[in-house]
Ligand binder design. Structure first.
Ligand code: MOS
Length: 780
């Protein structure tokens, strides 16, 4: 049924990749005796690939077009589904007239509330095993709560026929004025997120204080691979090809919505053209495609259009954040207050947790953080890369820059003065925190000591330079994970887990971990992901994928190796016959006596051949870190230094240079790691200067719903990027000390850029994105 055979990144590798393989394996050879010491160092045996620049093992499949993405799947008898979206944002459907559409060529069905069959709500679940930001099933009632909400589904032989039929469905509404106001107010209860001391009292009595409100625009993820579902139903069982950052979660949600037994639904997602959070949970289209496939008993393909992506698959909500800081004249903070709102949809409760980092980033005796939701006629928001921390840090790190200016103090010095010794929010020691180390290294690399703090004072080639900085932080946690390993008697290994590679390099780093643990080159490791028939793996979310799979992988390998060593000592046919298992080890791919070097041992495949075993398996799981009492506060940290150039007579702002230093523990693969941070810098530039989903106030529609109108950064906008990792591994989270790097690079970039803009222009922009119009007014 599946044409996934080519999809395994291990199976086909380019000549190019082989070449790098050969280079690597040559390093395993013993250097000739006449080798000079310097060269000997280069040629030292280096079996481990963890921590080394390693190309993506799935890269060749992607650049040759052989990687099979969700919407590439085609099946005999497959039909196409196109949803009909509401053209109002608030009101009711009074009539759906599908008579004409049903008669159009190729049309199989027009589904709507009364004929789709039953779909169910998703039970609330805070454990990440079955959660969704929109628990309401599609077509549940006739009420319209946001523009584009699905009201019907046209299914036809071709995409064009389905689109034409969808356009021909006549929907009559009773329309009310929508509320998409960007001015956010508390519509639900205000929640106190964290507090200590008496922040208001400290603020009132302080000599130096700041009280400002910052906003960040609603943002659409704009993943390049459109969201899609190809639903196959065989009369009993669903096979759902999905665009997802979590096949297991996706399955656990869909079995509830479709009302089927878990064994009767399989989710497959082998490659992802990015997700950025929008593909963490299933959206309505998945259930619609599944329901249609069941009704018609045919495979159904549904691709969410770019326009629909602006309302139907989540977005980062608009935030509005009031920050109050007070300080002593020496710069010591005496209070922090952070009160934030985010808009959310009418029924759901997605919270953008802007105060995430506020309670531990700086030392202060008095602090109060509150949150509240503003209900608007918009689609349900969701996580977008660095949810909470990213917009939150725009507010707090802009405010710190403003405070530094009030204090006439260097902004880096202000951070150093307020560096805490413990996490004062949790009252726990930090497990690993090197924020000041990041500032010091970054300042050095950037040349920060050359900064003249006077506004507009720095000039280069006729341009005004602006230099700004800001810090970043992100969680370091683990999801529960289950991993299976298989040793093969040809010296290869297969590792599998129902996690997925969302474009970040999971296939590659997984192979590196297994290669490292077994002591074999990664070319001998087959990585199988993206399928719920495999042992339950973690979500690719929260930058937690790799950190989560390491402990389970290690345990699974230990089990397989134990089986191997047991067979080796029990069989009369190996040279370890009769030895004690505890006297043996597997190192550098060889079974050997612990009291002898590994090169005196026997390759594990030879042992397997001698004992007549084709395969040896091991499976293990490891718990997550969200529950249970914490002993320490562990996060990742980072710092950005940004240089902008400002040409006042043309009102031309450019970002010329970014230096970023990241403290995320061990970097498993500096190549894919740097790629993550560079991508995040690009995204941060978009957030700071361009991106914002605009809701038209009378109809409530996201009006810039295309890649022409929703402005994203392009190559011409790119600064020179200089990314460094401050690798100080801490092994509390896993044995390598890897903490994940998918999101930290975006945190802090927008405030560093806004701070640089202020330094160049004297204009403080507190509402993102920064527009040229903002910079054409008076200095603030
Ligand atoms: Mo991320 S927003 O956890 O994909």
């Amino acid at each position: 049924m599946s044409d996934n055979k080519d999809s395994n990144p291990k199976q086909k590798q380019s000549a190019d990749h082989k070449q790098s393989t050969n280079q690597k394996s040559s390093t395993d050879q013993k250097p000739p005796a006449n080798q000079q010491p310097a060269q000997t160092a280069v040629l030292e045996p280096k079996r481990t690939s963890v921590g080394h620049e390693t190309r993506r093992i799935d890269g060749p499949l992607k650049v040759t077009g052989k990687a099979v993405y969700t919407s590439d799947h085609n099946f005999p008898g497959m039909v196409y589904a196109v949803p009909v979206g509401a053209t109002i944002a608030n009101g009711k459907v009074t009539k759906i007239d599908a008579a004409e559409a049903e008669k159009m060529p190729g049309v199989h069905a027009i589904y709507h509330r009364t004929n789709i069959g039953q779909l169910f709500r998703v039970a609330p679940d805070s454990t990440f095993t079955a959660y969704t930001d929109e628990p309401r099933p599609p077509l549940e009632d006739d009420i319209i709560r946001y523009y584009g909400q699905y009201v019907a589904l046209a299914v036809a032989d071709t995409f064009e026929q389905a689109k034409a039929a969808a356009d021909a469905v006549k929907v009559t509404y009773q329309e009310e004025k929508p509320n998409v106001s960007p001015k956010l107010t508390a519509d639900d209860k205000v929640k106190v997120e964290s507090h200590r001391g008496d922040a208001q009292k400290a603020f009132d009595s302080a000599a130096i204080k700041l009280d400002e409100t910052y906003t960040t625009a609603s943002q659409t993820h704009n993943v390049i691979e459109l969201h899609a579902t190809v639903a196959v139903f065989d009369g009993t069982k669903f096979t759902m090809y999905e665009t997802t950052q979590g096949v297991v979660n996706h399955k656990n949600v869909l079995v509830q919505v479709l009302g089927v037994d878990p064994e009767n639904l399989q989710v497959i997602s082998k490659f992802l053209g990015s997700g950025f959070g929008s593909k963490i949970t299933p959206w309505s289209h998945c259930a619609l495609a599944g329901a249609a496939a069941r009704k018609l008993n045919r495979p159904v393909k549904l691709v969410v259009s770019r326009k629909m992506s602006f309302h139907a698959v989540g977005h980062r909500p608009r935030t509005q954040q009031r920050v109050r800081l007070s300080a002593q004249p020496d710069g010591k903070l005496t209070s922090i207050q952070h009160d934030y709102f985010n808009h959310t949809s009418m029924l759901d409760d997605y919270k953008e947790n802007c105060g995430e980092c506020t309670s531990y980033l700086y030392s202060t005796p008095n602090l109060r953080i509150t949150s509240a939701l503003s209900r608007r006629n918009v689609g349900t928001p969701t996580s977008m890369r660095g949810p909470g921390a990213v917009p939150g840090l725009f507010a707090t790190e802009s405010a710190m820059d403003e405070l530094a200016i009030k204090l006439k103090m260097d902004p880096v010095k202000l951070r150093i003065i307020n560096e805490p010794t413990i996490d004062e929010g949790l009252n726990l020691p930090f497990a690993s925190r090197h924020l000041i180390g990041c500032y010091k290294q970054g300042a050095d690399l950037f040349g920060w000591d050359q900064r003249d703090p006077r506004i507009g004072s720095m000039k280069k080639n006729g341009l005004t330079l602006g230099w700004g900085t800001a810090g970043a932080s992100w969680i370091a946690e683990r999801f529960p994970a289950e991993v299976a390993i298989q040793l093969n008697n040809d010296g290869t290994a297969r590792v599998s887990s129902a996690t997925q590679d969302i474009g970040t390099g999971t296939y590659t780093v997984f192979a590196q971990v297994v290669g490292d643990k077994l002591g074999i080159p990664i070319e001998k490791v087959e990585v199988v992901l993206g399928d719920t028939s495999l042992p339950a793996g973690p979500l690719s979310g929260g930058s937690m994928g790799i950190a989560s799979i390491i402990p389970a992988t290690t345990k699974a390998i230990e089990k397989a190796v134990d089986t191997l060593l047991t067979a080796a000592v029990q069989s009369p046919l190996t040279k370890f016959s009769g030895a004690k298992k505890t006297e043996l080890a597997l190192t550098n791919g060889n079974v050997h006596r612990k009291d002898q070097p590994s090169k005196e041992g026997v390759p594990f495949e030879t042992v397997m051949q001698q004992v007549n075993l084709n395969k040896i398996s091991g499976k293990a799981s490891s718990p997550g870190t969200f529950s249970g009492k914490k002993q320490s506060s562990m996060h990742s940290y980072g710092v950005h230094f940004v240089e902008v150039t400002w040409q006042e007579e043309l009102a031309r702002l450019r970002v010329s240079r970014v230096v970023t230093v990241i403290d995320a523990g061990k970097i498993m693969n500096p190549k894919t790691g740097r790629n993550q941070i560079e991508g995040a810098i690009v995204m941060g530039l978009g957030m700071a200067l361009f991106e914002g989903t605009e809701y038209e106030p009378t109809k409530g529609a996201p009006i810039n719903s295309s890649l022409a109108d929703y402005i994203l950064p392009v190559n011409a906008d790119m600064p020179k990027m200089d990314v460094h990792f401050l690798e100080v591994p801490n092994t509390e989270l896993n044995e390598y000390g890897a903490r994940g790097i998918g999101e930290i690079g975006l945190a802090g970039l927008a405030p560093a850029l806004a701070n640089a803009v202020h330094h160049a222009t004297g204009i403080r922009v507190r509402n993102l994105p920064i527009r040229i119009e903002d910079l054409m007014g008076e200095s603030t």
